[in-house]
Design a protein around this ligand. Structure first.
Ligand code: HAM
Length: 414
């Protein structure tokens, strides 16, 4: 038997309605904010992520699904959505169009991680990117989109925000971090030694216990923000307060991807264990330029759909009922089944959700099946009905039955 690859999951037909629900609420939320969908390829040139996501991130160094295609090009399945959207923004000249350019996506993403609850190798994201606006209100707007989605889904989470400054103040902070970590260098893990050299901010992101202990007393970026970045962060907080969004400042949030500047944020649930971050994002004012576009400020976020569903299931958040047929047409014998097939075609083309027997079951078994799949009505066609040109329609909720002529059947269910 061939199994599903490690770290991936099937969404079975009896579960997919939950996914469709979360996706439709995400689309509705985007519409509320006048955000349209963008679709970009599942794979991109590897270089896009190396340059976009960052050479020192775990995502790029350890987790990418990279392969050579038959034309000997290095291709990578996208590990996240932002880089591809930025590539498209630049390539399609969206910077000279109407700004801000807002867009959302619902995508599969691929990271070669150690699978555990809430951590998969193929997972799905709903993401939003806003290009062209540098004001703090736009950061707050991105957070508000995520907050609106989470509230609509009935998910209770905590919002943590931080600012990691601009390249100017970050340089000062990196120096301070290096000074702080220098005496502890031999206690740091192997990866952190490289991080120390290449990108000290990443040191704060380490999950190793020993490194975490040292990190706990490291200097805070917030003490190193330049005047402009400090003002920007203060404005973000004010906008959040205006919108009634509760937040907590967490100066240890640096995010796992390199492109962020200024505001970073995470929505964290305590209901699903270690992988509690259901949504993360921030501003990335340097990314478009670093990928060859004109300098363009941008901000966005992505929410993990599996994690959203996990929290919803864990906390008993409201999910819609699975789709059920309005009517099940039961046929007594071959001839009745043939007529039922024709009636079902007419009902369906009129928009009535209809199911019929495909298994040559007895009438009793057909009733049982209709009940199991949640049909609201069962319309029975036997020899008498066929002769009369009518079906006996039973309301499965109250048990009442009535005869309905073939010609009236469609209007009966409309
Ligand atoms: P990220 O924090 O890497 O950010 O991922 C966003 C969300 O995707 C996470 O909060 C989590 O819910 C989900 N996620 C990440 N990795 C996994 C995994 N292995 N298994 C299941 N779920 C996962 C980004 O991807 C950025 N592109 C977000 C962004 C958009 N920033 C600005 N714009």
């Amino acid at each position: 038997m061939i199994n599903v690859p490690k770290g991936t999951k099937d969404v079975l037909p009896n579960e997919s309605y939950k996914w469709q629900y979360v996706e439709s609420v995400a689309r509705e939320t985007a519409k509320l904010f006048h955000i349209n969908e963008i679709r970009t390829p599942v794979f991109e040139h590897t270089e896009l992520f190396q340059r976009g996501v960052g050479e020192t991130t775990d995502v790029v160094t350890k987790e990418m699904y990279t392969f050579k295609d038959k034309g000997d090009r290095s291709i990578t399945l996208k590990p996240e959505g932002t880089a591809g959207v930025v590539r498209s923004f630049i390539e399609n000249g969206m910077g000279s169009g109407v700004l801000p350019a807002k867009m959302y996506y619902i995508i599969p993403a691929f990271r070669y991680e150690r699978p555990q609850a809430g951590r998969l190798r193929e997972f799905h994201q709903f993401g939003v990117e806003i290009f062209g606006a540098k004001d703090a209100q736009t950061d707050a707007e991105a957070i508000l989109v995520a907050d609106t989605l989470l509230k609509k889904l009935g998910i209770r989470v905590k919002l943590y925000i931080n600012s990691i400054g601009c390249p100017t103040c970050r340089a000062n902070y990196n120096r301070a971090l290096k000074e702080f970590f220098a005496p502890n260098l031999d206690k740091l893990c192997y990866d952190c030694k490289t991080r120390y050299e290449k990108n000290p901010l990443r040191l704060l992101d380490c999950k190793e216990e020993e490194c975490k202990k040292i990190n706990a007393v490291a200097p805070s970026m917030l003490d190193y923000l330049c005047e402009d970045c400090a003002k920007h962060f203060a404005d973000v907080k004010e906008c959040l307060t205006q919108a009634g969004i509760a937040y907590e400042i967490n100066n240890r949030i640096v995010r796992g991807l390199d492109y962020y500047t200024r505001t970073v944020f995470e929505f964290v649930s305590t209901d699903i264990g270690a992988q509690g971050t259901v949504c993360g994002g921030g501003r990335y004012d340097g990314l478009i330029q670093s990928l060859g576009g004109a300098p363009t400020p941008a901000v966005g976020f992505a929410a993990g759909i599996e994690r959203l569903l996990m929290v919803m299931q864990q906390t008993g958040a409201r999910l819609p009922e699975p789709e059920t047929p309005t009517v099940y047409l039961a046929g007594m014998d071959t001839e009745c089944r043939k007529k039922a097939f024709g009636l079902a075609a007419a009902l369906r083309s009129a928009g009535v959700k209809t199911e019929i027997d495909h298994m040559e079951r007895s009438i009793k078994a057909q009733f049982k099946y209709a009940d199991k799949i949640g049909a609201k009505y069962v319309a029975v066609l036997g020899g008498n009905e066929l002769a009369e040109g009518a079906v006996s329609v039973k309301n499965m909720l109250n048990g009442e039955s009535e005869k309905v002529a073939f010609d009236d059947l469609v209007t009966y269910f409309l």
